[in-house]
Design a protein around this ligand. Structure first.
Ligand code: PEP
Ligand code: MN
Length: 364
């Protein structure tokens, strides 16, 4: 399902100079010196388009550093005057919006905890009615595409046309290597739902640690994202928030220089020819997969009928555990990840159960 929004293409935004649009700066504004020095070093790289700094910080637990507040907006104004960088900050309430606009902040972004909250989103949208400003919406903390779309629609309904999305990953109870799970399929689905929506990846909050930033940023570029948001700090190890994921401006430059930027389209006939042959192979395999699934479900239905006639339950734990163990082992030998095999077979198993249920509960 496509949502028709007439958004302003990113190419027409004043901050856009080319791909990737780069937003960088500290997680939090801490002191005037830290804000100014980080900005000077970033401006000198000549690659940063927007200087970010959190002024109000949504912290999970009380008593953590919650941001310097309005005082920091004066520093952002100075950054703009002295370095020429556009500025951006997170807003979560009506007061934040008023204050940020008063100090000339160019880009407002909605944090992941706020985009998950329709009341807060509506309050922000109402406050922004009639204001000509750029707004980026981070994905909600929970993997809910409709909530993300809804946040964007509320801003659109308020008349905002320069809207973009920031992918910062999704939280999970289980501890994983990354701080937040990327679940790349969700932002891809978002782009299908709202064609033309500018997409920015935030490797800092996905990875949560410096060592993952490059691989996530590269993946985003390979998936044709428009931009990146990367946290940077003159002294990351002593940052007041998110210290393990921030990099110095010099390290940021090194990361950017390593990034491989591929084009999203090509007009080279030989390349297109080869690609179309490979794609038709993929299409054929997909058809075969579907045929096999159809056959598998037919057998499942026969089993369902057989179990019904003999009064046996559908789910037999032992059999299921045996299947999962066998396919995980086989899958590994074929270079398929355990996670993928498990997800795929769980889905196939669920579909089989649905087919068996249909047979079991049929009238005859
Ligand atoms: C941030 O950008 O510093 C931040 C708090 O991000 P998120 O809303 O993605 O957690
Ligand atoms: Mn942060």
């Amino acid at each position: 399902m496509e949502t028709k929004l007439q958004l302003e293409p990113l190419e027409n935004w004043s901050i856009y100079k080319g791909r990737p649009l780069l937003i960088s700066g500290p997680c939090s504004a801490e002191t005037e010196d830290q804000v100014m020095e980080t900005a000077r070093q970033l401006a000198a790289l000549k690659k940063v388009d927007v200087y970010r700094a959190g002024i109000w910080k949504p912290r999970t637990r009380p008593n953590a550093f919650e941001g310097v507040g309005t005082e920091g907006l004066k520093w952002l104004k100075r950054v703009k005057e002295e370095t020429g960088l556009a500025t951006g900050t997170e807003v979560a309430t009506q007061t934040h919006v008023y204050e940020a606009l008063k100090f000339g902040v160019d880009v407002l972004w909605i944090g992941a905890r706020t985009s998950a909250n329709p009341f807060a989103m509506q309050e922000i949208a109402d406050t922004l009615k009639g204001v000509d400003v750029m707004v980026l919406v981070k994905n909600p903390v929970n993997p809910d595409l409709d909530l993300w779309v809804g946040a964007i629609e509320r801003l659109y309904a308020a008349g905002i046309r320069r809207i973009g999305a920031i992918h910062r990953g999704f939280s999970a109870y289980e501890k994983t290597a990354y701080r937040n799970q990327p679940k790349w399929q969700i932002p891809i689905d978002l782009r299908m739902r709202i064609p033309g929506l500018p997409m920015i990846c935030d490797p800092s909050h996905i990875g949560g640690a410096r060592k993952y930033l490059f691989e996530i940023a590269q993946e985003a570029m390979d998936l044709n994202y428009d931009g990146l948001m990367l946290e940077s700090h003159i002294d990351p190890d002593n940052a007041w928030s998110d210290k393990s994921q921030q990099v110095t401006p010099a390290d940021l430059l090194e990361l950017l220089d390593k990034l491989v930027l591929r084009q999203s389209v090509s007009s080279d006939a030989k390349f297109l020819d080869k690609l179309s042959i490979l794609r038709s192979q993929i299409d054929r395999f997909d058809e075969q997969l579907l045929d096999l699934l159809e056959q598998r479900m037919n057998v499942a239905e026969t089993i369902g009928k057989y179990k019904k006639d003999n009064n046996i339950t559908i789910l037999q734990n032992q059999r299921w555990e045996e299947i999962i163990r066998k396919v995980a082992e086989k899958g590994r030998s074929k270079g398929l990840s355990e996670e993928f095999i498990e997800q795929m077979f769980k889905a196939i198993h669920q579909e089989s159960i649905n087919h068996q249920m249909k047979v079991m509960n049929a009238a005859s």
